[in-house]
Design a protein around this ligand. Structure first.
Ligand code: KG4
Length: 333
Protein backbone atom coordinates (compact mmCIF):
# COMPACT_ATOMS: atom_id res chain seq x y z
CA UNK A 1 0.00 0.00 0.00
CA UNK A 2 1.67 3.23 -1.19
CA UNK A 3 0.87 6.28 0.94
CA UNK A 4 1.60 9.90 0.05
CA UNK A 5 2.10 11.53 3.46
CA UNK A 6 2.13 15.25 4.25
CA UNK A 7 3.49 17.09 7.30
CA UNK A 8 3.00 20.83 7.93
CA UNK A 9 2.48 21.17 11.70
CA UNK A 10 5.20 23.79 12.32
CA UNK A 11 8.01 25.17 10.15
CA UNK A 12 8.76 22.26 7.83
CA UNK A 13 6.73 21.47 4.72
CA UNK A 14 7.32 17.77 4.12
CA UNK A 15 6.00 15.00 1.88
CA UNK A 16 6.98 11.34 1.62
CA UNK A 17 5.95 8.17 -0.14
CA UNK A 18 5.94 5.13 2.12
CA UNK A 19 4.98 1.48 1.83
CA UNK A 20 4.27 -0.03 5.26
CA UNK A 21 7.54 0.77 7.13
CA UNK A 22 9.58 1.38 4.01
CA UNK A 23 10.39 4.95 2.94
CA UNK A 24 10.38 5.32 -0.86
CA UNK A 25 11.05 9.06 -0.71
CA UNK A 26 11.16 11.83 1.87
CA UNK A 27 11.32 15.53 1.03
CA UNK A 28 11.60 18.26 3.68
CA UNK A 29 11.48 21.96 2.84
CA UNK A 30 12.47 23.90 5.93
CA UNK A 31 11.61 27.51 6.78
CA UNK A 32 14.22 27.79 9.56
CA UNK A 33 16.31 30.52 7.84
CA UNK A 34 13.29 32.79 7.56
CA UNK A 35 12.12 32.35 11.17
CA UNK A 36 15.67 32.70 12.54
CA UNK A 37 15.62 36.51 12.20
CA UNK A 38 12.64 36.59 14.63
CA UNK A 39 14.22 34.14 17.09
CA UNK A 40 11.34 31.66 16.75
CA UNK A 41 8.53 30.47 14.49
CA UNK A 42 6.09 33.19 13.33
CA UNK A 43 2.81 31.28 12.74
CA UNK A 44 1.47 33.55 10.00
CA UNK A 45 4.70 33.32 8.00
CA UNK A 46 4.75 29.53 8.50
CA UNK A 47 1.24 29.15 7.02
CA UNK A 48 2.10 31.28 3.99
CA UNK A 49 5.31 29.37 3.26
CA UNK A 50 3.50 26.01 3.56
CA UNK A 51 0.95 27.21 1.01
CA UNK A 52 3.72 28.19 -1.39
CA UNK A 53 5.75 24.98 -0.94
CA UNK A 54 3.25 22.17 -0.56
CA UNK A 55 2.44 21.43 -4.17
CA UNK A 56 6.09 21.28 -5.27
CA UNK A 57 7.12 19.25 -2.20
CA UNK A 58 4.45 16.61 -2.97
CA UNK A 59 5.47 16.47 -6.66
CA UNK A 60 9.11 16.09 -5.63
CA UNK A 61 8.25 13.25 -3.25
CA UNK A 62 6.40 11.38 -6.00
CA UNK A 63 9.20 11.99 -8.48
CA UNK A 64 11.85 10.79 -6.01
CA UNK A 65 9.81 7.61 -5.43
CA UNK A 66 9.51 7.10 -9.19
CA UNK A 67 5.70 7.16 -9.21
CA UNK A 68 2.83 9.48 -10.15
CA UNK A 69 -0.35 10.52 -8.33
CA UNK A 70 -2.27 7.65 -9.93
CA UNK A 71 0.01 5.07 -8.25
CA UNK A 72 -0.94 6.22 -4.72
CA UNK A 73 -3.29 4.07 -2.62
CA UNK A 74 -3.98 6.65 0.12
CA UNK A 75 -3.20 10.19 1.22
CA UNK A 76 -2.18 10.95 4.82
CA UNK A 77 -1.67 14.23 6.66
CA UNK A 78 -0.75 15.45 10.13
CA UNK A 79 -3.97 16.95 11.52
CA UNK A 80 -3.06 17.66 15.20
CA UNK A 81 -1.46 19.00 17.34
CA UNK A 82 0.50 21.97 15.96
CA UNK A 83 0.11 25.51 14.63
CA UNK A 84 -3.47 25.62 13.43
CA UNK A 85 -2.88 27.69 10.28
CA UNK A 86 0.09 25.52 9.33
CA UNK A 87 -1.80 22.25 9.92
CA UNK A 88 -4.75 23.45 7.84
CA UNK A 89 -2.54 23.81 4.77
CA UNK A 90 -1.52 20.13 4.86
CA UNK A 91 -4.97 18.88 5.85
CA UNK A 92 -6.76 20.81 3.08
CA UNK A 93 -4.21 19.83 0.45
CA UNK A 94 -4.58 16.18 1.48
CA UNK A 95 -8.38 16.45 1.43
CA UNK A 96 -8.28 17.87 -2.08
CA UNK A 97 -5.95 15.11 -3.29
CA UNK A 98 -8.02 12.39 -1.66
CA UNK A 99 -11.19 13.67 -3.35
CA UNK A 100 -9.57 14.20 -6.75
CA UNK A 101 -7.88 10.78 -6.75
CA UNK A 102 -10.78 9.01 -5.00
CA UNK A 103 -8.36 7.48 -2.46
CA UNK A 104 -8.72 7.16 1.33
CA UNK A 105 -7.68 10.08 3.56
CA UNK A 106 -5.75 9.13 6.72
CA UNK A 107 -5.47 11.71 9.55
CA UNK A 108 -2.31 11.25 11.63
CA UNK A 109 -1.59 12.58 15.14
CA UNK A 110 1.78 14.38 15.14
CA UNK A 111 3.13 12.71 18.29
CA UNK A 112 2.09 9.24 17.12
CA UNK A 113 4.09 9.86 13.95
CA UNK A 114 7.17 10.89 15.97
CA UNK A 115 6.97 7.51 17.73
CA UNK A 116 6.58 5.78 14.35
CA UNK A 117 9.89 7.32 13.21
CA UNK A 118 11.43 4.51 15.27
CA UNK A 119 9.81 1.83 13.08
CA UNK A 120 11.57 3.02 9.91
CA UNK A 121 15.00 1.50 10.50
CA UNK A 122 14.15 -0.96 13.25
CA UNK A 123 12.09 -3.79 11.73
CA UNK A 124 12.18 -5.73 15.00
CA UNK A 125 10.55 -2.94 17.06
CA UNK A 126 6.94 -3.80 17.86
CA UNK A 127 4.55 -2.70 20.64
CA UNK A 128 4.33 -3.03 23.56
CA UNK A 129 7.19 -0.73 24.53
CA UNK A 130 7.79 2.40 26.58
CA UNK A 131 8.43 5.70 24.81
CA UNK A 132 10.01 8.96 25.93
CA UNK A 133 8.54 11.58 23.61
CA UNK A 134 10.57 14.79 23.68
CA UNK A 135 9.86 17.54 21.18
CA UNK A 136 9.61 21.32 21.03
CA UNK A 137 6.06 21.34 22.38
CA UNK A 138 5.73 18.07 24.31
CA UNK A 139 7.51 15.96 26.90
CA UNK A 140 5.69 12.75 27.68
CA UNK A 141 6.38 9.22 28.90
CA UNK A 142 3.88 6.91 27.19
CA UNK A 143 3.19 3.22 27.05
CA UNK A 144 2.79 2.18 23.41
CA UNK A 145 0.48 -0.76 24.01
CA UNK A 146 -0.30 -1.17 20.30
CA UNK A 147 0.46 0.79 17.11
CA UNK A 148 -2.57 3.01 17.70
CA UNK A 149 -3.03 2.60 21.47
CA UNK A 150 -1.17 4.73 23.98
CA UNK A 151 -1.27 5.31 27.72
CA UNK A 152 0.33 8.43 29.19
CA UNK A 153 2.29 7.78 32.40
CA UNK A 154 3.52 11.35 32.86
CA UNK A 155 4.27 14.61 31.12
CA UNK A 156 5.57 18.08 31.66
CA UNK A 157 3.76 20.41 34.06
CA UNK A 158 5.01 23.51 32.26
CA UNK A 159 7.61 23.81 29.48
CA UNK A 160 8.61 20.99 27.17
CA UNK A 161 12.28 19.91 27.20
CA UNK A 162 12.80 21.34 23.70
CA UNK A 163 11.19 24.61 24.74
CA UNK A 164 13.55 24.83 27.73
CA UNK A 165 16.54 24.32 25.40
CA UNK A 166 15.22 26.84 22.86
CA UNK A 167 14.34 29.56 25.38
CA UNK A 168 17.53 29.30 27.43
CA UNK A 169 19.53 29.32 24.19
CA UNK A 170 17.67 32.43 23.04
CA UNK A 171 18.36 34.16 26.38
CA UNK A 172 22.08 33.56 25.75
CA UNK A 173 21.77 35.02 22.24
CA UNK A 174 22.19 31.69 20.40
CA UNK A 175 20.69 31.19 16.95
CA UNK A 176 17.26 29.56 16.46
CA UNK A 177 16.60 26.64 16.72
CA UNK A 178 18.40 26.92 20.03
CA UNK A 179 18.31 23.25 21.08
CA UNK A 180 20.60 22.20 18.26
CA UNK A 181 23.06 25.06 18.84
CA UNK A 182 23.05 24.56 22.63
CA UNK A 183 23.81 20.85 22.17
CA UNK A 184 26.82 21.63 19.94
CA UNK A 185 28.24 24.33 22.25
CA UNK A 186 27.65 22.22 25.41
CA UNK A 187 29.99 19.56 24.10
CA UNK A 188 32.95 21.93 24.57
CA UNK A 189 32.50 22.53 28.34
CA UNK A 190 32.06 20.90 31.74
CA UNK A 191 28.91 21.68 33.73
CA UNK A 192 30.23 22.86 37.09
CA UNK A 193 30.57 26.63 37.42
CA UNK A 194 26.98 27.82 37.89
CA UNK A 195 24.63 26.60 40.66
CA UNK A 196 21.62 26.13 38.37
CA UNK A 197 18.74 24.23 39.99
CA UNK A 198 18.04 20.54 39.44
CA UNK A 199 14.44 20.46 38.16
CA UNK A 200 12.10 18.67 40.58
CA UNK A 201 8.39 17.82 40.73
CA UNK A 202 7.03 17.14 44.20
CA UNK A 203 4.02 15.04 43.12
CA UNK A 204 3.39 13.12 39.91
CA UNK A 205 5.85 10.24 39.81
CA UNK A 206 6.58 10.52 36.08
CA UNK A 207 5.90 14.21 35.53
CA UNK A 208 8.50 16.79 34.51
CA UNK A 209 9.05 20.50 35.10
CA UNK A 210 11.55 22.64 33.24
CA UNK A 211 10.33 26.19 33.82
CA UNK A 212 12.37 26.66 37.05
CA UNK A 213 15.59 25.84 35.20
CA UNK A 214 14.60 28.13 32.31
CA UNK A 215 13.87 31.03 34.70
CA UNK A 216 17.16 30.48 36.56
CA UNK A 217 19.10 30.75 33.29
CA UNK A 218 17.22 33.91 32.31
CA UNK A 219 17.93 35.46 35.71
CA UNK A 220 21.61 34.51 35.46
CA UNK A 221 21.86 36.11 32.01
CA UNK A 222 19.99 39.29 33.05
CA UNK A 223 21.83 39.73 36.36
CA UNK A 224 25.20 39.26 34.67
CA UNK A 225 24.28 41.81 31.98
CA UNK A 226 23.23 44.34 34.67
CA UNK A 227 26.57 43.88 36.45
CA UNK A 228 28.43 44.11 33.16
CA UNK A 229 29.79 40.57 33.62
CA UNK A 230 30.25 38.03 30.83
CA UNK A 231 28.66 34.63 31.33
CA UNK A 232 30.49 31.49 30.31
CA UNK A 233 28.06 30.41 27.59
CA UNK A 234 29.51 26.91 26.92
CA UNK A 235 29.37 26.10 30.66
CA UNK A 236 25.73 27.27 30.96
CA UNK A 237 24.85 25.21 27.85
CA UNK A 238 26.53 22.13 29.32
CA UNK A 239 24.75 22.64 32.67
CA UNK A 240 21.30 23.10 31.10
CA UNK A 241 21.81 20.04 28.90
CA UNK A 242 22.95 17.96 31.86
CA UNK A 243 20.04 19.03 34.10
CA UNK A 244 17.43 18.33 31.40
CA UNK A 245 18.97 14.95 30.57
CA UNK A 246 19.18 14.03 34.29
CA UNK A 247 15.44 14.48 34.67
CA UNK A 248 14.46 12.80 31.39
CA UNK A 249 16.67 9.77 32.00
CA UNK A 250 15.84 9.36 35.68
CA UNK A 251 12.04 9.39 35.22
CA UNK A 252 12.07 7.26 32.07
CA UNK A 253 14.18 4.50 33.59
CA UNK A 254 12.08 4.52 36.76
CA UNK A 255 8.92 4.14 34.64
CA UNK A 256 10.53 1.27 32.69
CA UNK A 257 11.39 -0.48 35.94
CA UNK A 258 8.00 0.07 37.59
CA UNK A 259 6.01 -1.16 34.57
CA UNK A 260 8.48 -3.92 33.63
CA UNK A 261 9.48 -2.63 30.17
CA UNK A 262 12.63 -4.04 28.61
CA UNK A 263 12.13 -2.10 25.38
CA UNK A 264 12.41 1.68 25.26
CA UNK A 265 12.11 4.11 22.34
CA UNK A 266 12.89 7.82 22.29
CA UNK A 267 11.11 10.13 19.83
CA UNK A 268 10.77 13.81 18.84
CA UNK A 269 13.26 16.55 17.97
CA UNK A 270 15.12 16.34 21.30
CA UNK A 271 15.87 12.64 20.65
CA UNK A 272 18.69 14.07 18.47
CA UNK A 273 20.42 15.41 21.61
CA UNK A 274 23.88 13.92 21.81
CA UNK A 275 24.06 13.68 25.63
CA UNK A 276 20.61 12.07 25.87
CA UNK A 277 21.58 9.50 23.23
CA UNK A 278 24.95 8.70 24.80
CA UNK A 279 23.80 8.46 28.41
CA UNK A 280 20.64 6.47 27.70
CA UNK A 281 22.61 4.06 25.52
CA UNK A 282 25.02 3.45 28.40
CA UNK A 283 22.30 3.12 31.08
CA UNK A 284 20.12 0.81 28.98
CA UNK A 285 23.08 -1.43 28.16
CA UNK A 286 23.75 -1.72 31.87
CA UNK A 287 20.08 -2.51 32.67
CA UNK A 288 19.51 -4.93 29.77
CA UNK A 289 16.95 -2.65 28.08
CA UNK A 290 16.72 -2.61 24.27
CA UNK A 291 16.90 1.05 23.27
CA UNK A 292 15.71 2.62 20.02
CA UNK A 293 16.22 6.11 18.57
CA UNK A 294 15.11 7.32 15.15
CA UNK A 295 17.88 7.97 12.65
CA UNK A 296 18.93 11.64 13.04
CA UNK A 297 17.18 12.69 9.80
CA UNK A 298 13.87 11.35 11.19
CA UNK A 299 14.15 12.95 14.68
CA UNK A 300 12.78 16.33 13.57
CA UNK A 301 9.58 16.92 11.62
CA UNK A 302 9.31 14.88 8.42
CA UNK A 303 6.58 13.13 6.45
CA UNK A 304 8.16 9.65 6.30
CA UNK A 305 7.13 9.06 9.93
CA UNK A 306 3.59 10.28 9.07
CA UNK A 307 3.32 7.73 6.25
CA UNK A 308 4.52 4.87 8.48
CA UNK A 309 2.03 5.71 11.26
CA UNK A 310 -0.70 6.22 8.63
CA UNK A 311 -0.31 2.60 7.56
CA UNK A 312 -1.18 1.43 11.10
CA UNK A 313 -4.01 3.99 11.46
CA UNK A 314 -5.49 2.71 8.16
CA UNK A 315 -5.26 -0.91 9.37
CA UNK A 316 -7.11 0.15 12.51
CA UNK A 317 -9.90 1.80 10.43
CA UNK A 318 -8.97 5.39 11.29
CA UNK A 319 -10.02 6.98 8.01
CA UNK A 320 -11.01 10.64 7.54
CA UNK A 321 -13.45 12.31 5.19
CA UNK A 322 -14.19 15.78 3.81
CA UNK A 323 -15.26 16.97 7.27
CA UNK A 324 -11.71 16.45 8.67
CA UNK A 325 -10.46 19.51 10.53
CA UNK A 326 -7.11 20.39 12.09
CA UNK A 327 -6.65 20.88 15.85
CA UNK A 328 -3.98 22.89 17.65
CA UNK A 329 -4.09 20.61 20.69
CA UNK A 330 -5.09 16.96 21.07
CA UNK A 331 -3.83 14.29 23.47
CA UNK A 332 -2.08 11.31 21.92
CA UNK A 333 -4.52 8.84 23.44
O1 KG4 B 1 9.93 17.27 17.17
P1 KG4 B 1 10.35 18.60 16.71
O2 KG4 B 1 11.06 18.72 15.39
O3 KG4 B 1 9.15 19.60 16.66
C1 KG4 B 1 7.98 19.40 17.37
O4 KG4 B 1 7.21 18.55 16.93
O5 KG4 B 1 7.85 20.09 18.42
O6 KG4 B 1 11.26 19.18 17.86
C2 KG4 B 1 11.87 20.40 17.78
C3 KG4 B 1 12.66 20.60 19.06
C4 KG4 B 1 13.19 22.02 19.20
O7 KG4 B 1 12.91 22.47 20.50
C5 KG4 B 1 14.69 21.83 18.98
O8 KG4 B 1 15.47 22.80 19.63
C6 KG4 B 1 14.90 20.46 19.59
O9 KG4 B 1 13.78 19.72 19.11
N1 KG4 B 1 16.14 19.83 19.16
C7 KG4 B 1 17.15 19.56 20.01
C8 KG4 B 1 18.19 19.00 19.24
N2 KG4 B 1 17.78 18.94 17.94
C9 KG4 B 1 16.51 19.46 17.92
N3 KG4 B 1 17.24 19.73 21.34
C10 KG4 B 1 18.38 19.34 21.92
N4 KG4 B 1 19.42 18.82 21.26
C11 KG4 B 1 19.39 18.62 19.93
N5 KG4 B 1 20.42 18.08 19.28
Amino acid sequence: MKILAIESSCDETAAAVTEERQVLSSIVSTQIAEHRIYGGVVPEIASRRHTEAISAVCSDALKAAGITYSDIDAVAATFAPGLIGALLVGVNFAKGLSMALNKPLIPVHHLRSHIAANYIDNPELKPPFLCLLVSGGNTVIAEVTDYTKFKILGGTRDDAAGECFDKTARAMGLAYPGGVTLDKIATTADPQKYPLPFPKVSSGEFDFSFSGLKTAVMNLVNNSAQKGEEIDVPVVCATVRQRVCDMLIDKTLKAAEKYGYKTLAVAGGVSANSELRARLTEECKHKGISLYFPELKYCGDNAAMVGVQAFYEFKDGNIGDSSLNAAATMPID
